[in-house]
Ligand binder design. Sequence first.
Ligand SMILES: NC(=O)c1ccc[n+]([C@@H]2O[C@H](COP(=O)([O-])OP(=O)(O)OC[C@H]3O[C@@H](n4cnc5c(N)ncnc54)[C@H](O)[C@@H]3O)[C@@H](O)[C@H]2O)c1
Length: 372
Amino acid sequence: MRVGIIGGGLMGREAASAFGRWFALDAKSLPVRAELTAVCDLQTSVVDWFRQVPGVRLLTQDHRELLASPDVDVVYVAVPHHLHEALYLDVLRAGKDLLAEKPFGIDLPAAERISEACASSGRFVRCSSEFPFLPGAQRVIETVRSGRIGKLLEVRSCFWHASDLDPSKPANWKRQVRTCGEIGVMGDLGMHVVHVPFRLGWYPVRVYAQLQKIYTERPDGRGGMAACDTWDNAMLHADIGVEGREVPMRLEMKRLAPGATNTWSLEVLGTDGGARFSTAEPKTLWTFDRIKEQAWSRTDLGFASVFPTITGGIFEPGFPDCFQQMWAAFAAEWAGVLGTKFGCVTPAEAVASHRLFAAALRSHHQKAAIAL
Ligand SMILES: NC(=O)c1ccc[n+]([C@@H]2O[C@H](COP(=O)([O-])OP(=O)(O)OC[C@H]3O[C@@H](n4cnc5c(N)ncnc54)[C@H](O)[C@@H]3O)[C@@H](O)[C@H]2O)c1
């Protein structure tokens, strides 16, 4: 699978790192070799960083040149949200497959147009969301699927950041509606909190949203101030339909979460059992089983990755690992060998996330719960 990257910033470099150590993945379990062959970014300094990456044969500042390359099968596009639609459509028109970054277009209409283009092009398209590939997250999913939790009581899925608590942190494209989208933090962090619930079939039938905008301007990095008009924090109180009942599900997306660096967590509670995992404790799985006494048990996890690697089973995983695992899942599905393993976000799930976030905007505006 020969990959080209459009957008070599934070995530483009992370992807290069994932391909650079692809040999760590067990070839028998994943019979797909991936290599990074081409990179495009508008900035010369960004493009130059990739000169040190083995295997990269094409470096360009024009994405059309990358898309014309016969050395590229799949394109990873990691650019600001207002550019998603145009670049994703160009990728599909060029006959390439796509791993799109979230939120899959700046808003719901853009996501719907992208999704239609995916269907009509027949290309293989998935969207990025890596945390579910961590061993702890997989164990929560397994616990739910095993049926051990009994009747579902509630679900909580969160992604918290704290770096924006510092008002002197300069503005960037993620703080402005024009480039990040009106959905703000939901576009930035939302795909991460809906991926697992959607995959488990938990789609909201109703949502009540609390959105907060705290800092309305930040240093622009040139001595002045820039307006910041996106939502900083979003709490979505949703109902999901499960076995003819409604079950509460809370989705939290926060840029202003005191004490949280990049903390993704998932908690599922049922009448007979429950499971909880947070990246704040990357080795820890908490499980609850209804016995006589009220007790949560703590399991010290190892490196039980979805796709086996050379890494010792007792070692602990981190962000670069789950990001590589997500790419492994993409490659496996691309090659038709994913089987029953957990897969990346589909275009339909991405559109559903936008439908939810658009309803959340309406909910906040009307101060009312919105039916979906
Ligand atoms: N999966 C994750 O965990 C995760 C984390 C952060 C960001 N993201 C997503 O990744 C995407 C990019 O975010 P980022 O933090 O890497 O941004 P970034 O600002 O660090 O990088 C974006 C890069 O895109 C380049 N670019 C802009 N327009 C371009 C064009 N027309 N052609 C080629 N290059 C172009 C910029 O020069 C920049 O280097 C966004 O969709 C964001 O939501 C995902």
